[in-house]
Design a protein around this ligand. Structure first.
Ligand code: PLP
Length: 419
């Protein structure tokens, strides 16, 4: 009996020890990233489980930026016709098929009145890959820094830190969510290689004005002179076409020469699961050629080469059509009018499909947890660098908004009228 117990303990200890030794072989940073889901994903998965338990109608899920409108009709028609090309499923060049890049260069040049070369365009597996590749190409040592403007898409930090470089956050002005330019100036130093600009913005829906971008450009030009090296703007534009009230989104390369664009069709064509986007830079960007090749190297080393061939061809062939985003505008208007009436402090978005709201109580996490009890899922914006705020994705069906209104009212009665 005693021998059995001894052997049993020995087996447990050996297993524990070998598991412990084996675990130490796994990269800890990656293990942490993989096991700790983002706050958005965490809530989204919670919502899915809740829907299974209580039914779809009991959950008002405003978590993910997953477009609810279908892609335009032209997408389906084009895909069907592309499928009859027997080479459509073949590998393309790592940076995208040459005919695709030629078509993309022509389209972008005509649209923005500039001259893109096909050899400065890389077709990618969505904006996430565009950013990860570009950051890896730009950061060459652990001292180097990329600046993000709060509130910002949290994955920027993940991509920047995975290059070994530092992610530096710049504050925003609480009254209108604009960039705190004094803080920006104080954060730029000889190690700064880029500033990420995301307009229309996730999570605020803000579209940076021409004058704000010119001010940013002036600061960066001065700092480039001071530190004698380029400082790039990475203009992340997956929401460029999702705008309301006739707002136009300035074309950043015309305002600041050292701009590199990362783009995605996830939002503008409602194709997030198909993973297609690009990186584009004009020839006059400082070090354009080495940056381009370093991007190809980063793609190669990450294994992101050759974006889906069918979707490369789709976006190259498609005329300028985009998903109809009227429903997002309708949702924005419905939410704004009701939430403001009930005392929520909201920021009217000019684009993207998010409504940014000040949490009625200090802790946005606590508010989000309270909302969860009634099946209402809104994202605390702490991981966007904005604690005390909430992000509400408005790319949902209008029924979800209508169903959620009584819960927003109930929470307003509970937390706002008492203040
Ligand atoms: N950049 C921003 C600001 C986003 O909101 C997202 C996705 O939500 C991405 C990049 C990544 O987009 P993609 O689906 O193209 O990887």
């Amino acid at each position: 009996m005693c021998i059995f117990a001894y052997n049993y303990i020995l087996i447990i200890l050996t297993n524990f020890k070998s598991k412990f030794i084996l675990l130490s072989m796994i990269d800890k940073k990656m293990l942490k990233l993989g096991t700790e889901r983002s706050a958005i994903r965490e809530l989204f998965e919670y919502g899915n489980a809740l829907k299974k338990e209580k039914g779809d109608g009991a959950v008002f899920d405003f978590t993910l930026g997953n477009p609810s409108v279908l892609p335009p009709e032209e997408v389906k028609a084009s895909l069907v016709s592309l499928l009859s090309d027997e080479k459509i499923h073949c590998y393309t060049s790592a940076q995208g098929a040459e005919n695709v890049r030629i078509a993309m260069a022509d389209k972008l040049s005509a649209r923005f009145g500039v001259n893109y070369s096909p050899d400065r365009i890389i077709m990618t597996v969505g904006a996430a890959a565009s950013l990860a590749i570009l950051f890896k190409a730009l950061v060459s040592s652990e001292n180097e820094e990329i600046i993000v403007l709060k509130p910002y898409f949290p994955e920027y930090k993940v991509f920047i830190e995975s290059t070994g470089g530092k992610c530096v956050e710049v504050d925003f002005n609480e009254d209108d969510l604009s960039v705190n330019f004094d803080d920006l100036k104080s954060k730029i130093n000889e190690n700064t290689v880029a500033v990420v600009v995301n307009s229309p913005n996730n999570p605020t829906g803000l579209v940076y004005s021409d004058s704000d971008l010119r001010r940013l450009a002036e600061i960066l030009e001065e700092k480039q002179r001071q530190f004698s090296h380029p400082i790039y703007i990475v203009s992340d534009e997956p929401y460029r076409e999702v705008v309301f009230d006739g707002v136009t989104v300035p074309f950043v390369p015309k305002i600041y020469k050292n701009t590199i664009i990362t783009y995605s069709y996830s939002k503008s064509l409602s194709l997030p699961g198909e993973r297609i986007g690009y990186i584009a830079m004009l020839d006059d960007v400082d070090l354009a050629e080495p940056i381009y090749y370093a991007c190809l190297g980063a793609m190669r080393s990450n294994g992101y080469v050759c974006a889906p061939s069918l979707f490369q061809r789709l976006v190259a062939d498609l005329p300028e059509v985009y998903s109809d985003t009227k429903v997002y505008e309708k949702n924005r208007n419905t939410l704004l009018s009701h939430l403001e009436k009930w005392g929520y402090k909201c920021f009217k978005p000019q684009g993207a499909f998010y409504l940014f709201v000040k949490s009625p109580i200090e802790s946005s996490l606590e508010f989000s947890n309270e909302a969860k009890k009634y099946g209402l899922l809104v994202v605390p914006a702490d991981t966007f660098g904005a604690s005390g705020y909430l992000r509400i994705a408005t790319c949902v069906k209008p029924e979800t908004v209508e169903g959620a209104l009584p819960v927003f009212k109930l929470l307003a009665d509970k937390f706002i009228s008492k203040n």
